[in-house]
Design a protein around this ligand. Structure first.
Ligand code: NG6
Ligand code: CA
Length: 529
């Protein structure tokens, strides 16, 4: 028996030394593009920490976010379910209800069950509460109901109200005599807006973003009160590092799971003064340098606490890059030769590769090859199932319906990843199978009207050979009707099956979640009208 178990362990390298259960630090940038990092080809943005990860770990070239925007990406990563299967998972306003049913298995809950201390620090953007949230009271349900023991949150986005942090289930630094009121759509009397008082702004909006002024920047949505609790954009990255550091120090030596979810380089881009001017690209480039500074701070922390060898570090991004996403911040003017999506076409919002193919670095000394490059196709939707494999937790059929366990691929020990992955842009889906990428025909504009980004939408079917043509420049659908038919059928089959993981079945619909009668999607349909 003993001998058998021993040899089985050796036969499967990914499972060999896993009794150790590494700490996991997942650093998630916001809108960082495939070409924005030095080790992915950026020449003019210093990213020494991410480049260090590439040297000490493995750099992935075919890794994907769950979607080309934030909310659906995070939904897919935390649940292991493609977000497009669920209504109400598109970009949420700042007063939306939580869209993951409390009690549902998540990336955090499987690790917590396995004995990990778990925390999220940073951007959430998956909704909070169950509709009509009172920001002055207890803010539940939220991450604490999804397997995180500690939460320090930027509730939605940096450009959306409320501009306050939430620690666990309370707004940080709130003066009860100055309660917070939040509204989307209906203006709140007395609130200064960018539309009415452009003279008070230090960054002008270019589209949207002309409502409540906070810290000299107008945002999406109306917010009143909470003055003492308002964040200062320039301190946000440091605040996250401080809270993340405190958690790691408390949880050391582990095992712990830290989901460090950055705001950089999302708009508004207001890096701390010490990062200003580090790049020739203005605030967008400087915010990327700052994001790298955050990665560096975490790597240094692990070194200082002697945790480097027992910690799996992953750095990736929630979607592709965007240059002008609503503020006049010189990003366009100062882009120069820099290509935020690298060789890929499109960016944030797009069905093209630039929308969701993201930087993805993995380090776990002694387990993940150093200085290596992996072309395994892997998605953030796979992380839940992959972490489950890491802690040897079996999955029930309805758990992680779309995410596949890819532990050996994640650890850079195998180049075999997914055979197929569904990509989600704002105007539709695409599917990649091996070297082939198919985008079904659809009506709609070719470009996002605000950002000018090519969405990938066309009335013609599109087929690209990503090996020969990584920039998706030449549509070969007309000459490959068989492949078009196959991929179109494959996408339809994945859609119809309700689950893409072999052996999985569709996740239980939200109304079936026991003990949670208030449905998040339904609450949002009510309150977001
Ligand atoms: C869009 C915003 C954009 C950004 C995005 C969410 C406008 C015109 N544009 O609606 O600025 O906030 O939502 O970005 O308001 S994400 O990375 O969180 O998905
Ligand atoms: Ca984003």
């Amino acid at each position: 028996m003993m001998a058998l178990a021993w040899s089985a362990a050796w036969a499967s390298p990914a499972h060999s030394r896993l009794a150790e259960r590494p700490n996991i630090v997942l650093i998630y940038a916001d809108d960082l593009g495939y070409g924005d990092v030095g080790c992915y080809g950026a020449r003019t943005i210093p990213t020494p920490a991410m480049d260090r990860l590439a040297r000490e770990g493995t750099r992935f070239r075919n890794a994907y976010a769950g979607a080309a925007t934030c909310t659906p990406s995070r939904y897919a990563m935390l649940t292991g379910e493609y977000a497009w299967r669920r209504r109400g998972t598109d970009i949420l306003p700042g007063h939306a209800a939580l869209i993951i049913e409390p009690g549902r298995i998540t990336l955090a809950s499987i690790l917590r069950e396995a004995g990990y201390r778990t925390a999220i620090v940073g951007k959430w953007h998956l909704g909070l509460g169950s509709g009509d949230l009172d920001w002055n009271g207890v803010i539940r349900p939220g991450p604490l109901d999804l397997g995180f023991e500690y939460a320090f949150l930027l509730p939605a986005t940096g450009d959306r109200v409320p501009c306050v942090y939430v620690e666990n289930d309370r707004v940080v630094g709130l003066d009860p005599a100055d309660p917070i009121e939040v509204s989307y759509g209906r203006p709140l009397p007395g609130v200064l807006t960018g539309r009415d008082r452009p003279d008070l702004l230090r960054i002008r909006p270019s589209h949207g973003h002309d409502q409540t002024i906070v810290n000299g920047i107008s945002r999406i949505g109306y917010m009143k009160g909470g003055t003492a609790a308002l964040w200062r954009d320039e301190d946000m990255a440091d605040e996250f590092v401080r809270r993340a550091t405190a958690f790691v120090e408390r949880a050391a030596p582990g095992p712990f799971f830290l989901f460090l979810s950055l705001h950089d380089p999302h708009v508004p881009r207001v890096p701390h003064p010490r990062w200003v001017g580090r790049t020739p690209h203005g605030p967008r480039g400087d915010a990327i340098a700052q994001a790298d500074g955050t990665v560096g701070a975490m790597l240094n922390l692990l070194d200082r606490l002697n945790l480097t060898t027992q910690t799996l570090v992953i750095v990736t991004s929630d979607n592709g890059p965007v240059v002008n996403d609503g503020y006049v911040d010189d990003a366009m003017e100062k882009l120069g030769e820099h290509r935020p999506a690298g060789p890929l076409r499109g960016g944030k919002y797009s069905q093209f590769e630039g929308g969701s193919r993201t930087p993805w670095l993995v380090r776990w000394p002694g387990h993940v090859p150093a200085g290596a490059v992996s072309d395994a196709v892997i998605g953030q939707v796979d992380l839940l199932a992959t972490f489950a494999a890491l802690v040897r937790r079996p999955l029930a059929p309805t758990e992680s319906p779309d995410g596949i366990p890819l532990l050996e691929a994640l650890l850079g020990q195998s180049s075999t990843g997914r055979t197929e992955i569904v990509l989600q842009g704002t105007s539709g889906l695409a599917v990649r199978r091996g070297r082939w990428k198919f985008i079904p025909p659809a009506p709609g504009p070719a470009r996002n009207p605000n950002t000018g980004i090519e969405l990938g939408t066309s009335r013609e079917p599109q087929l690209y050979d990503l090996e020969a043509d990584p920039g998706e420049t030449t549509n070969i659908a007309a000459t490959h009707p068989d492949l078009v038919a196959q991929l179109s059928a494959a996408l339809e089959a994945i859609r119809a099956a309700g689950a893409a993981r072999p052996g999985a079945s569709p996740a239980a619909p939200p109304e079936a979640a026991p003990g949670h009668p208030r449905l998040s999607a339904a609450a949002n349909e009510r309150s977001l009208r």
